[in-house]
Each structure stands twice: as structure tokens, then as C-alpha cells.
Design a protein around this ligand. Structure first.
Ligand code: NAP
Ligand code: MG
Length: 401
């Protein structure tokens, strides 16, 4: 078979066990079939340190240029990592750096397999969570206060003050000030509408505007306004809808739904709900993640981390059974997007076949250890090492090519 040709995507290598899987996936499942055309950035912690983390910035700039990237999981350094890798400093998370440069929103979606049922039995299709990863409680200013009066004071550029009493404390208590910006909320809305169109799924957005009449109301109005002006027609053409509801109503509807939509959440709601939804769907190892910028750049990755515990076992020479599926789907996500943007049907078709090969392999009973405990399918579950599992996917893929 002649190898499939493609335009450039940005490839970001990473750390630990996922770095090992990254190479296996490329060698076994991609390079034999595609003339892999990637611009390579090594975001492994050692190389980030050597480049004073410039490599993370360069990778983000490259995604802006080529519009599509695929990223391996990376270590976010903490004090222990600074020591372990003898780092010059505690570098920031590359995901944070890339997100700040692309100004994007992260969408997390589960990969569904027959035989592993969501805890919520009526969920039949994926539920994708979009989290507004800016501001709110994550950037809030807080105080513990004694008795006394707390006020919210805003000073405009001309020095004019607006004051509101927050609370007159008759005993000690706590106080918090949080903010958000129209520009960030607008970017969030654009990313959500774009991703809904890109995946042809309905978009839900939830907040608590009945209680938060300025803060949450602003989110609601910005979404509504952008939808009416820029996306309504395209949504109608694609047969999808945009729908706003209160967060508590959304929670009730989500649980009763069959899935198949994108649920956009404010920062804190998204943090909590994405963990709930991913746990209820089964496994973090089966969760994909894509960063979508408001101007339509896409960066794909697995939602899980570098699986450190498995890596330490691997270093001791033990074979591990780390699940590569979310990392494979990061690659297929990027390849499908490249194919879609360029009208490269062969590339898109290949990526779809590779995704199906992963799912068919698990459905035939061959899987990594993490899935065995969740398995309820007919076939007898066989736990394979990462390497054996990737070989099994390859055999399945070759049947389909
Ligand atoms: P993790 O790498 O997601 O792993 C947590 C545990 O989940 C593992 O020990 C394993 O459980 C299970 N697991 C996750 N992915 C799996 C897979 N593909 N196959 C099988 N089991 C899987 O989270 P972490 O241990 O908290 O973090 C490790 C490193 O990853 C940290 O340095 C963190 O900074 C980084 N991280 C990076 C990203 C990213 O780049 N996007 C995201 C999160 C964390 P068992 O050990 O019980 O088998
Ligand atoms: Mg969380």
C-alpha cells in the first residue's frame, strides 16, 4: 500500500509512560501507513528546562501557524519534580502556557465501547464538557476578616468610585472577590459554537443567572448575542441547537439524557462536572481532550497525565499495561481535523479506521488491565501489556485497510 500523504501538523512529545506509548503508537500504528508530516517539539521536561521553557511557547506559535496540533501528556513540575529533574525553576504547566497563547477552551469527551457501560444507564452517546478555564474562583482574592464592614469598590479610569456593601460583619468571617472579562467570555463562546459545528452536536450552556444577576447574566447574554449574530444560521443548516438553562436544571437533564451533546460550563462548574462525567463514563484512560481556539485552531491530547506509577515500574524493567487509547485518539483527532481542513479524504478515512480498530479490539475482549475491571461484555476479557495491545490494534487495523 502506498503511504498516505498529509500537510503539516504540530507534534508535541511529552513525558514518562505516555512518552513511551507515543513512540510505540507512531512506529506501529501511524508511520507504516502515513508519510507523517509533523513539526516536532519536544515538551519533555528535560528539554523544557534546557530551553528555559521557550519550546512550549514555540509549539503554541506553531499551532497558530498550522492550525492543528497533537500533544503527549507532560509533567507539570512541583517541588518534588524540581528535585527529581534538577530543574532551573518550577516551570509552568505547558498546557497552561499553550492555552494562554491560543486563548482556547478545553473540550473533554469519553470514548465509548460496547461492554463498558456508563454508570448512568441511559447514557448512550458521549457527553462533552467545555470548561471556561479563566477567572472566577481560580483567580479570586480572598480574606479572613474580623468584625467590620466589607465593601466592593470599583475605580474607573477617571478615578470615579462605585461602592457596594458586601456585608457588615458582626463576627469574624470570610470574604472573596472574583472577576471575569467580556473578552474571555466571548472567546469561550466562539470556541464552543465552533466546536459544536465542527462535531455537529447540540450545545448546552448553563449558569445561575437568576441568582447572579450581573456576573452569570453577563455570560448568558454574551452567549445569546454571539449565537444570534454569528452562528444561528449555521446551526440551523447543520440541524443542531443552542440551548441555555440554569445549572441545576442542566444537571437534572444531563442525568436523564442519552448524551450526544456539548455541555459548556463556567470554570468551577466545569472542573467539578468534568470529573463527575468522566468517572461515570468509566475511565480517565478513555477520555480525550481538545483545545479549540476562538479563531479555529485545534490541539488534541489525552485527558490523563503521564501515568507516573506505571513509568517507575517500566524503568525497573517490568512490563506495564498502560492504556494507549486516549493517546491514539489524540492522534486520530488531529489527523481527522487535518484531513477535514485540507479535503484529504484518505487521511480522514485512515484515522476513522484506526479509531474503529481500537474499539473493535477492546470489544473482542483484548484490552489493557484498567479496562478489565469495568468489562461486562460477552467475550472473555484478556489483559494485555501495552505493547501486545498495540500489536492487537495493528492486526485489527490491517484487516480494515
Ligand atoms: P495520571 O497520569 O492521569 O495517572 C493517575 C492514575 O490513573 C494512574 O496511576 C493509573 O492508575 C490511572 N491511569 C491514568 N491514565 C491511564 C492509562 N492510560 N492507562 C492505565 N491507567 C491509567 O495522573 P497523575 O499520576 O496524577 O499525574 C502524573 C503526571 O502527569 C504528573 O506529573 C502531572 O503533572 C501530569 N499530568 C499531565 C496532564 C497533561 O499533560 N494533560 C494531565 C494530568 C496530569 P493505576 O496506577 O491505579 O493503574
Ligand atoms: Mg477537577
Amino acid at each position: 500500500m502506498e503511504k498516505i500523504k498529509m500537510n503539516t501538523i504540530v507534534e508535541m512529545d511529552g513525558d514518562e509512560m505516555t512518552r513511551i506509548l507515543w513512540k510505540m503508537i507512531k512506529d506501529e500504528l501511524l508511520a507504516p501507513y502515513i508519510e507523517l508530516n509533523t513539526e516536532y517539539y519536544d515538551l519533555g521536561l528535560k528539554h523544557r528546562d534546557e530551553t528555559d521553557d521557550r519550546v512550549s511557547v514555540e509549539a503554541a506559535e506553531a499551532i497558530k501557524k498550522y492550525r492543528v496540533g497533537v500533544k503527549c501528556a507532560t509533567i507539570t513540575p512541583n517541588a518534588q519534580r524540581v528535585e527529581e529533574y534538577n530543574l532551573k525553576q518550577m516551570w509552568k504547566s505547558p498546557n497552561g502556557t499553550i492555552r494562554a497563547i491560543l486563548d482556547g477552551t478545553v473540550f473533554r469527551a469519553p470514548i465509548l465501547v460496547n461492554g463498558i457501560s456508563p454508570v448512568v444507564k441511559n447514557w448512550k452517546k458521549p457527553i462533552t464538557i467545555a470548561r471556561h478555564a479563566y477567572g472566577d474562583v481560580y483567580k479570586a482574592t480572598e480574606m479572613r476578616v474580623p468584625e467590620g464592614k466589607a465593601e466592593l469598590v470599583f475605580t474607573d479610569r477617571d478615578g470615579k468610585e462605585t461602592r457596594e456593601t458586601v456585608y457588615d460583619y458582626e463576627c469574624p468571617g470570610v470574604l472573596q472577590g472574583m472577576f471575569n472579562k467580556d473578552s474571555s467570555i466571548k472567546s469561550f463562546a466562539h470556541s464552543c459554537f465552533k466546536y459544536a459545528l465542527s462535531t455537529k452536536q447540540d450545545l448546552w450552556f448553563s449558569a445561575k443567572d437568576t441568582i447572579s444577576k450581573k456576573y452569570d447574566q453577563t455570560f448568558k447574554l454574551i452567549f445569546q448575542d454571539i449565537f444570534e449574530k454569528e452562528y444561528k444560521e449555521d446551526f440551523e443548516k447543520n440541524g443542531i441547537t443552542y440551548f441555555y438553562t440554569l445549572i441545576d436544571d442542566a444537571v437534572a437533564r444531563v442525568i436523564r439524557s442519552e448524551g450526544g451533546y456539548i455541555w459548556a460550563c463556567k470554570n468551577y462548574d466545569g472542573d467539578v462536572m468534568s470529573d463527575m462525567v468522566s468517572t461515570a463514563f468509566g475511565s480517565l484512560a478513555m477520555m480525550t481532550s481538545v483545545l479549540v481556539s476562538p479563531d479555529g485552531n485545534y490541539e488534541y491530547e489525552a485527558a490523563h497525565g503521564t501515568v507516573t506509577r506505571h513509568y517507575y515500574r517500566y524503568l525497573k524493567g517490568e512490563t506495564t499495561s498502560t492504556n494507549p487509547i486516549a493517546t491514539v485518539f489524540a492522534w486520530t483527532g488531529a489527523l481527522k481535523k487535518r484531513g477535514e481542513l485540507d479535503g484529504n479524504e484518505k487521511l480522514t478515512a485512515f484515522a476513522e479506521k484506526l479509531e474503529k480498530a481500537c474499539i473493535d479490539t477492546v470489544e473482542s475482549g483484548l484490552m489493557t488491565k484498567d479496562l478489565v475491571g469495568l468489562w461486562e461484555g460477552e467475550a472473555k476479557a484478556v489483559a494485555l501489556s501495552s505493547e501486545e495491545f498495540i500489536k492487537a490494534i495493528k492486526a485489527q487495523l490491517e484487516k480494515a485497510l
